[in-house]
Design a protein. Sequence first.
Length: 594
Amino acid sequence: MDKSEILKKAQEYISQEKDERFRKEVEDLVAKQDMKELEDRFYQTLEFGTGGLRGIMGGGTNRMNTLEINLATQGLANYVIKANPEKAKAGTLSAVVAYDSRNNSDVFAEATALIFAANGIKAYLFTGLRPTPELSFAIRYYKADTGVVVTASHNPKIYNGYKAYWNDGAQVIEPHDVGIIEEVNKVTSVKTITKEDAIKSGKLVLIDEEIDTKYWEMCKAQLFRPELIKEYAKNVNVVYTPLHGTGAMHVEKVLGDLGLAVKTVPEQRNPDGNFPTVEKPNPEEKPAMKMAVELGTSTKADCVMATDPDSDRFGTAFPDKNGNFVLLSGNQMGALLMEYVFLSRKELNKLPKGSYCVRSIVTSAFGDEICKKYGVEMIECLTGFKWIAAVEAEREAKNQGQYVFGLEESYGYKIETEVMDKDGVSAAAMCAEMTMYWRSKGKSLLEHLDDMYKEYGYFEDRSISKNFPGMEGVSTMKGIMAKLRQDGLTSLGGKKVIKIRDIQNSVVYDPSSPANKETVNLPKSNVLQFFLEGGTVVSARPSGTEPKIKFYINTKTEVSDKSDAGLEATKKEASALCDAITSDINSILDAASK
């Protein structure tokens, strides 16, 4: 892109952006003739993807700002009206809007609600920041036609985002995502209205306590053993951190109602979009859990819990026999929660024939083994909870079985059916009950996890991420995936590749006979999976929300010696395999970076 084209795009943006803060950023860059920064801000338009928008905040077409929010909302409003002509004619369309603690989230959310209102769509806007799962709950409660939450989930502080939801309370998928994108790309003008006029007309309704109370009750209603909780709650100490996000009010309320003594990390309790104590407000990241673990250690807590800024992700740590806290992966907590839900349902005669569980394709097969024991069907889907929700919605429409659990490795779990997204608040409540249950059996959660390994096999997981920012980064990541598709991989970590699954091209094949291809029955997505001898799966996937490519390693090793010593030997064997695979992947990424 040459200088004149960049400057032309910058001037067009300046003429359209009504938010002085973002407009001035670009005006200053033009005055300084900072072409490197201007190119990064204008070499592309921030794409309204299948789930909405996400990007670095700032002025420019390749940034999250008020103009991009306005254009996206007008396009979404246009699509909702077209998709519901009778309701549009009757003036009964509605939407719910929520936002998290990130900088500008409240501004973006109000702008969104006012555009809905101006387009004749009644907007229910939360008066303060709320979790993403509560948005999904509210859409279903109000029987709304769409919804938006302004959040960038677990991303660093410079990011913000915009997730679009449909009337089932789940993020939009086909055909709605494609239809919305088409409408967004056609927008030439935006309708809006003042907040005062919107409230006066009844098209803007401010909501809070009514939904909060019902959401909290729903979370508690998922629990199986209220009497057990009353008996053990006073003896279980929980340390919690919302990582400067939306979770404090909700997790403290729900766990407090159960009688649990919750100590919230004071430095991280208040909402703050600058996330002053963490670089990445992500419970997957060890540094993000540091303060909570330190408080847990000093107070001899039984459990450390964390939620990300919009409280849909849930992370944990538990003390070992020496009092040292061990961080659990999303796959480990998912397996623990899944098994606890299954055994509890079975005990209470609430696990009917036809029960099913859903996991993403990059999530460990640990849960598959648990499902086999309990006679629950495991269904695979693409990465992202919208796909888990889509499986549930399809099954529900066809009256095919009962949903009992959904999970993805990135700390996402869904126990309830009232929310169609992952839910860190309900996961925290269930985790608390599960901890008390195994304590009543004389075991810690870590001890029980080892028992599960002896029964189901040992599963170890790693993830590798490498950032490739900017215009060159996009090209580099495409090159990596193209090369992997063209050349394939014959081995990783000394293990032979016996099967390749290419989700983008909808095929699966043995690399020793690539002509014999079978069809993959999943929506297309830019994911490659390599199945190794012995049961290990390695997946490659460019992130849909950040400029990085991710590799997921999911190993499985049989535990032949069921003793503690035998399990430790198996763990060392699996760790060595993960190390070897990681080394091979890093070599691939290093070569691509040169």
